[in-house]
Design a protein. Sequence first.
Length: 351
Amino acid sequence: MRVGPIVVDPPVVLAPMAAVTDLPFRTVAEEHGVGFTITEFLSAHALMVGDKKAQGKMTASLGGRKFGVQIFGREEEPMAIAARMAVAIGASLVDINMGCPAKRVVAGECGSALMREPEIAQRLVRAVVAAVPPEVPVSVKHRAGWDATHKNAPEFACALVEAGARMITVHGRTRTQGFSGSSDHEIIRLVREAVPAHVPVIGNGDVVDVAGFQRMRDATGCDAVMIGRGAMGNPWLFARIAAVAAGRPDPGPPTIEERRDVFRRHVALIGELKSGPRVLHEVRKACAWYARGLYGCNRLRIEVWAAPGVEAAVATTEAYFTELLARRSRLGLAPEADRAEMDGAAVEDAA
Ligand SMILES: Cc1cc2nc3c(=O)[nH]c(=O)nc-3n(C[C@H](O)[C@H](O)[C@H](O)COP(=O)(O)O)c2cc1C
């Protein structure tokens, strides 16, 4: 898939996720072959007034890899300024969030609230397009619509394209659905059908495996697929999709050693790239992520969350993987947790 000068190959994109798709995780995803990454959404107003937290999250991919910055807002001037700031740090694409369902965002009439005001949405796109050089495409990510009776994604996407958007991502849920129900393939198909063929449409929602990627492409005709939650602790999904998309066999799920190595890599990246009080939280999250679904993962999770510091959390996780490898060679057992344990992890995740 191509958007302006950016080639997205394989046609799979890491979804922007607040407090998740930071630079360490984007790097891990890139190292596993994802086609493109975008920062989490950043308030244009916060960027404009020099908010250090927002600016700290606007990070360029490592190694000169192309990346996008996602911004949100409702006023043209801050959006234009934020877009220029994104270009100044090397962004190859500026994405505008018009899909966030969060109350605090919608209350400010940003995010998915803009789906009810297409003229304002168009004005924002025009302002951002005018602010960036022509080689930097401006894209929009939005939902199916506001609610079940206002699924206006096809008309909305066309209005945005008319205003200058060069790529559209659709999460096939409405704002009122939040994350309940399922992502509607049909509305994504209708957007693909409505938008001019030269404008890529990315399908998003509920893809967690290679079969889901294929289903999304087949059912919607989308040009690429965006994956969020399914990639958390599972960057191998990108490598598997890359292989299948290139006509090679699916390399299958990771071994215990591969999980341990990527856990180490992720923690090392956190150490290199982050500082401050959130480091321990980020490390604990990475420890739990790469053990998910494995035997004893719930116990590890509890121990890691009780660990007093980064070193203790890492040492606990290292010991866990060592124990798991010994168990495998002793018993010849597959590393997967039994069903009850997996369900327990799911309940904890939802909490
Ligand atoms: C924790 C979390 C944070 C998110 N933050 C953003 C965000 O900053 N910008 C955005 O456009 N969407 C955000 N989303 C929505 C995702 O990008 C994606 O549209 C949604 O999760 C559906 O895709 P999935 O089923 O592959 O996760 C977020 C989702 C989650 C779970």
